[in-house]
Ligand binder design. Structure first.
Ligand code: SAH
Length: 222
């Protein structure tokens, strides 16, 4: 009974994501998500990533509070950011801002390994426990400062930042492989932010394109 209801809510969410992707094609250049990203969105149990008091709205297409003043991102945003990374089954991905681990789980469904850095230790610990319970063995979580990336595990095929910075942290560019892609919201807190998509060429030079206007929590400085 409960599973039926979740299935129905999840199907409706997938429809909403598909139509929002079509509606935002002018900004993102994509009118359809890859089959792999859609399958990941269909599979990851979002109701396991939100606190019990908001579980009833786990499949609504909006962010939700997860404690510590932080949020789980809107499902459409998780889907389009994942798609924009052009991941393959062997990709190694660096995520900055693990939060509850939902985006990391979606990445793990389409990539080979995910390295996620989270500043708040309580969130890093609970995300690690949750992802282990759900069987996500290819996600590695570290409590630390995302501005520094994860140099011991670099280089990465892709970098995704799920909090907004005023400018792109240089360490993250350094830890991206030539040919790799980055998605990152750029903007000051409480000011308009833009989701930037970066491509690093074979000479190691990165160039960014602007896509959507977004609203992320800030990437906090030490
Ligand atoms: N990826 C999450 C969204 C997390 S919200 C999801 O799947 O829904 C952004 C997260 O970035 C918060 O958990 C916040 O604590 C974290 N964060 C903010 N500043 C950070 C920093 N400097 N280093 C690492 N994590 C940071």
């Amino acid at each position: 009974m409960v599973d039926d209801r979740i299935d129905k809510q999840r199907r409706r969410l997938l429809d909403e994501i598909e139509s929002e992707v079509r509606a935002t094609e002018g900004y993102t250049g994509r009118n359809k998500l890859s089959d792999q990203v859609m399958a990941a969105m269909a599979k990851v149990p979002r109701h396991r990533f939100v606190p019990p008091d908001v579980a009833y709205a786990a499949y609504a297409n909006r962010p939700q509070p997860i404690g510590f003043g932080q949020t789980i991102s809107q499902p459409y945003m998780v889907a389009i950011m994942t798609d924009l990374l052009d991941l393959g089954p062997n990709s190694r991905v660096l995520e900055i801002g693990c939060g509850c681990g939902y985006q990391a789980a979606v990445l793990a469904e389409v990539a080979g390994a995910v390295y996620s850095v989270e500043k708040i230790d309580g969130l890093a610990k609970s995300a690690r426990k949750r992802l282990t319970e759900l069987g996500y063995q290819t996600v590695h979580i570290k409590n630390g400062d995302g501005y520094k990336g994860w140099s011991e595990e670099a280089p990465f095929d892709a970098v995704i930042v799920t909090a907004a910075a005023a400018c792109v942290p240089p360490a993250l560019v350094k830890q991206l492989k030539p040919g790799g892609r980055m998605v990152i919201p750029i903007g000051m807190p409480a000011a308009p932010q833009v989701l930037k998509v970066g491509e690093k060429n074979m000479d190691g030079k990165i160039s960014f394109a602007s896509t959507l206007h977004v609203a992320f929590v800030p990437l906090v400085k030490n």
